[in-house]
Structure formats: C-alpha cells, structure tokens
Design a protein around this ligand. Structure first.
Ligand code: GLY
Length: 372
C-alpha cells in the first residue's frame, strides 16, 4: 500500500501535507479509498483514509468493520487503523487533529467527495487549507500494478466462463430477467464477489438499447440478443458483452455482427502505449461509418476498468487526447444499434502491454446462431 500512496504524491506538482479520501454512504464511496487501503470485506461508510508523503496511511473505521480493517493492515507497518466513536477522545475530530500538522494543506479527491463531507471537513479542521488532489489520485489508479491486474484477470476469467456458457442457457420462453439471474448465479458460483453492474440482457429490439434494463420479455426463435455483464473479484471488475442470434438466422444481423467484429479488430490493431484514446475510437467508428449503418455506433469505444466499471482513467472516446500507457486496462466495445430491430455489441477487456495489448476476456467473439 505504501507504493500506491507514494504514487499519488508523485503525480502532484505541489505536494500537500496529506491527501484525504472520505467515504459517504453507499454508493457514494470513493473507490480510491480501496485503492490505497486494500481491504477485501466491508463498505467503510463514513471512513476516511489520510495518506502522507512518506507513504504511510491512516484509516478510520467504525467499530462495525474494525476487525476487517485490522486484518487488512496486519502485515503492513505503513497502515494505522483508528476505530472512531461519535464523541470523546476517539472521535474523528480528535483523530484527525492528532495525525495532521497544525495548519495543514490537505489534498482532496473532489470528484468523489460529497459536498456534505467538504462542509464537515471545513468544520472539523478550520485551520486547514484544502486543495485539489484529483490528478494524483486519478493517475495513481489508472496504471494498474501486478496485483490489480491479477484480480482484473480473475474477474475477466469468471465473466468469460459464463459468456461461453450463455448458448447452453438459452431456451424458448425464458425471460430476459431469468437469463440475467442464471448468469449472475454462475458468476458467483465461479468465484465472483457479486456482479460488477446491473446485468444487461436485451432480446430482439431491446438489444438496440445499449443500457437496457432486462424485464419479462420472453425469448422467441428468430431474435438477436445482447448480453452485457461482469463480475467483481476482490473489488475489481470485469465487463464483457457478447451478442447471439437465437433460432433461424437473420442475414442483416449476421452482417452487422461481422461489421462490429471488424471494427473491434481495427481498434485492437492500434492498442499500444503512446496512442491517444480518440485515435483508437476513430478507427472503430471509421469501419462502421463506411457501411450502411453509418451513425449507428452511438457511444464511446471503451472505458477504463478497475475498482469501478467506469474507472475514470484514460478511455477510448472521441474527446480523449490522453495516451495509453503500459498497465492501463480498458474495454473495447463497438456496437451497432438498429432501432426497432436489434443491436450487436462485442466487448472485451484488455491490458495495455509494452508493445501492444493482452486480452483479459477470452469467450469466443464470432457470430453464433444458437438452435432454438
Ligand atoms: N457494460 C456497461 C457499460 O460499459 O456501460
């Protein structure tokens, strides 16, 4: 954990006396808290992590999760746990005053800090000067270390295993929600700590809506479908999409699938350190826009992946000038969406390597017609 704390400070031109990350109530938890403090269980609502330039980290916890916190810090001499109480000598106010200098400059992660927390910090530490440490926190997270890549790989393996099994789960008459339930059950069975986001299953015309919420629509022969899902493994996410055709084949959707595959290949061919995110997006979009489905790829090609599904690092989208670096993990997910008919999306998770990329997700990507 010391190396991660040092990394945050290394990206800050003006070093504050400390960087403070504060969790509110789920889902308003700053995932960067869990980047600096590797703890496998617990929500840590209301907890604070204070990172110091020497690499040490103070973490506050309520009694509720003190055991998990102490267990996580047991073998790390750079982490100190403080179990705080509402009032008295163990209150957050007293603890913060103890671990911070008299008139500290404190870096905050503005995008993840609630306004309520900011007001509270102003009251708790009236002599502190608060500065924006977003760039350090964000950059430290965007290049993954070996242990993070291992967790992402495991999350992707679980997703891929379920992806391979989807054809065997399809039955005439099953609903979108039933398929989602089967897939989530299997992810947990194969070692996931839950789903990394709400599973998207869209049958027929619903597959043309990229963020569709599954419902009670039944599977009937002759429709296409999009299955977009992911696993959490020790807090790290995977995100994979496969598209299938159920029953008698639809010639147009087969062609759409081939085009989406070609778009993904064009993008993958560019992945390497030094390439701006927007260049990779453009390569995929050019393939799609050269067909009769021009304009029907309606979202960015990919996003950073890590502790959050949309991890906030460098993505692959038209407005991303930032370049890829070795160790970044991104999704590559072109799609074509034909309103009223159906859509196709193919999504994989990749880690950028020294000279290119490596797939983390491995389920087959080709057009698959599943017998009804
Ligand atoms: N897989 C869902 C998303 O990226 O928004």
């Amino acid at each position: 954990m010391k190396r991660r704390v040092e990394k945050v400070f290394s990206y800050l031109d003006v070093k504050p006396d400390a960087v403070l990350l504060a969790n509110s109530t789920d889902p308003h938890l700053d995932q960067s808290f869990f980047h600096l403090f590797e703890v496998s269980s617990g929500l840590f609502e209301g907890s604070v992590a204070v990172a110091h330039p020497d690499g040490s980290l103070d973490v506050t916890t309520s009694p509720l999760e003190a055991e998990s916190a102490h267990l996580a810090a047991k073998h790390d001499p750079h982490v100190k746990i403080h179990t705080v109480t509402r009032e008295g000598p163990e209150s957050l106010e007293v603890v913060l005053r103890k671990i911070l200098p008299g008139t500290p400059s404190i870096g905050l992660n503005f995008p993840e800090l609630t306004h309520a927390w900011y007001l509270r910090l102003e009251k708790l530490l009236p002599s502190a000067k608060f500065v924006d440490a977003t760039v350090g926190v964000r950059r430290a997270r965007q290049v993954k270390d070996a242990s993070e890549i291992e967790k992402l790989r495991k999350a992707a393996e679980i997703g891929s295993r379920v992806g391979k099994e989807i054809p065997s789960l399809l039955k005439t008459g099953m609903t979108e929600l039933e398929l989602a339930a089967e897939m989530e059950y299997r992810m947990n069975k194969y070692g996931a700590n839950g789903r990394s986001f709400s599973t998207i299953i869209g049958f027929g015309p619903h597959s043309a809506e990229p963020h569709y919420q599954p419902g009670d629509t039944k599977l009937t022969p002759g429709v296409s479908m999009v299955c977009d899902f992911g696993a959490y493994y020790h807090r790290y996410a995977s995100d994979i999409t496969r598209s299938f055709h159920f029953g008698p084949r639809d010639a147009e959707l087969k062609e759409v699938h081939d085009t989406v595959e070609a778009a993904q290949q064009a993008a993958l061919a560019l992945l390497r350190p030094g390439v701006p995110g927007k260049v990779v997006h453009q390569a995929a979009e050019n393939v799609i826009n050269a067909t009769k489905w021009k304009g029907l790829f309606t979202h960015g090609l990919g996003h950073a992946l890590g502790l959050a599904v949309h991890d906030g690092g460098v993505g692959l989208a038209p407005n991303v000038d930032e370049v890829l670096e070795e160790g970044m993990v991104v999704t590559v997910e072109p799609g074509i969406y034909i309103a009223g008919k159906g859509g196709v999306r193919i999504e994989d998770d990749v880690v950028i390597t020294k000279s290119g990329y490596e797939f983390l997700t491995t389920a087959p990507r080709g057009y698959l017609e599943v017998s009804a």
